[in-house]
Design a protein. Sequence first.
Length: 100
Amino acid sequence: GKPLMNSMFTVALLVGMSVLETTHGTTIANLGFEEVMFPKPVFIGDTIRAETEVLKVRPSGSNPDRGIVTFEHRAFNQVGDIVCKARRNAMMRRGPASKL
């Protein structure tokens, strides 16, 4: 068979690929993962693409300048199979309140 990639590397790569587009400069703390799944294996030489969806946003109960965001990160191999799905919560800086 083909050599497998370590699953912890796969989830770290997945989350790391999303940082510049989603959380760079705004994350205060990673609060943990709710769920991590590896439906298909990742092999050495696979090409991985990632997407991230914001599932929930809520203000912090104790700090008005912060909020809690739930993300779902998904990784796909070169044939479009999902190889990793991870749901995580992060404490984020909030922008100024809208004046609408």
